[in-house]
Design a protein around this ligand. Structure first.
Ligand SMILES: Cc1cc2nc3c(=O)[nH]c(=O)nc-3n(C[C@H](O)[C@H](O)[C@H](O)COP(=O)(O)OP(=O)(O)OC[C@H]3O[C@@H](n4cnc5c(N)ncnc54)[C@H](O)[C@@H]3O)c2cc1C
Length: 314
């Protein structure tokens, strides 16, 4: 029995959410007196050793492509019978975990923000009713599958540790199962790791006005974020969405422009180190959370900010 962490690969690197899962996994496995293990696809021995150094006692290392992991993970779970399986609530993890849960006929709790053990029971905590309450969820089935949001938990401490690397062979030939028809480059941004985010909300009059925010973001060395309505309207891609049903972010600086500060938006950005809000309505809730607030029309304020920064740069 173990807590099994799925260590997602991002190219040749381990996605940092895996280190957060190992941090929490270590705490839980100790309380339940079970092992902490990890499984990784497509890495090499040094990848597995890194997971050991972050706390995994055993690492199952598959050589095959990460895309083939559904079948492999399901059969690994049947073989080693983990008590708990932890996945990052990334795009990939969110797509993978329910498939594994269905194939194992097991329960899944998605998008958790905390995990704990109370009286030897595993408790999964996640926002419910659009973020207004925190639900504490127990899963009856075994294994218990959980996806956990990125950047809400402290990563494990990295130090030289001993562990076992167990090499596994993928049972699926991805090239045969899913022949490649066409490779398309999809533009995506890494908003969750950004240090500076300039986000736009319904205060913007048109899709084109995002260009103004892009300009401000690039002068600051940041990226553009968005509230959900503009994503729903197709003005900007979901990668940019901040909030309860989007990304959780924790930048050094978050600038909210024409965003009211709904509880769902705040759920994704309230832990930013510094928040600056630009809003024409002095009673907008965002000002209660902002370190600095500018009450004014964004179409006057933002061009002035851009002008000021351009003068500084030149
Ligand atoms: C299940 C669920 C999940 C959700 N998930 C998310 C989520 O992940 N992220 C998210 O953002 N929302 C989410 N929402 C939606 C959320 O409830 C709000 O509707 C949304 O956050 C509002 O976006 P907004 O602040 O851009 O728009 P509004 O609330 O309409 O605010 C627009 C603001 O712009 C200001 N403004 C207008 N014109 C100007 C101007 N010229 N200059 C300056 N300021 C101006 C206004 O004063 C106002 O404060 C979710 C809702 C549900 C039900």
């Amino acid at each position: 029995m173990s807590v099994l962490v799925f260590a997602e690969m991002k190219g040749k690197e381990i996605h940092p959410v895996a280190f957060e899962l190992l941090g929490k996994g270590e705490e839980i496995s100790k309380e339940l007196s079970i092992k902490l293990e990890a499984v990784v696809f497509g890495g090499d021995e040094s990848t597995a050793q890194e997971l050991i150094d972050y706390g995994a006692e055993n690492v199952y290392l598959y050589e095959g492509e990460q895309e083939s992991c559904k079948e492999c993970l399901s059969s690994l779970a049947t073989e080693i019978k983990p008590e708990i399986m932890l996945f990052g609530a990334t795009k990939f993890g969110r797509a993978l975990a329910p498939r594994i849960a269905a194939s194992l006929n097991a329960g899944l709790t998605a998008d958790c923000i905390d995990l704990r053990v109370e009286e030897k029971e595993f408790i999964q905590i996640r926002p419910a009713f659009t973020g207004n309450i925190l639900a504490h969820i127990k899963t009856r089935s075994t294994p218990k599958l959980t996806t956990v949001r990125y950047r809400v938990m402290k990563p494990a401490e990295k130090r030289k540790r001993e562990g076992r690397i167990i090499k596994k062979e993928s049972s699926v030939d991805i090239k045969k199962s899913f022949p490649l028809v066409k490779r398309e480059k999809i533009e995506s941004i890494d908003i969750q790791n950004a240090d500076i985010i300039v986000s736009g909300g319904r205060g913007l009059n048109s899709k084109e006005d995002f260009k103004m925010l892009e300009k401000l973001a690039s002068l600051l060395g940041g990226v553009v974020g968005s509230s959900r309505p503009l994503v729903d309207d197709g003005w900007i891609s979901k990668d940019h969405q901040v909030g309860f049903s989007g990304n959780t972010v924790k930048p050094r600086l978050y600038i909210a422009i024409g965003i009211s500060g709904s509880s769902q938006h705040l759920a994704g950005m309230r832990n930013s180190e510094m928040i600056i809000a630009v809003n024409s309505d002095p009673s907008a809730p965002i000002f209660r959370y902002a370190d600095y607030g500018i009450v004014g029309d964004l179409y006057e304020v933002v061009p002035k900010l851009i002008e000021g920064l351009e003068q500084k740069v030149s």
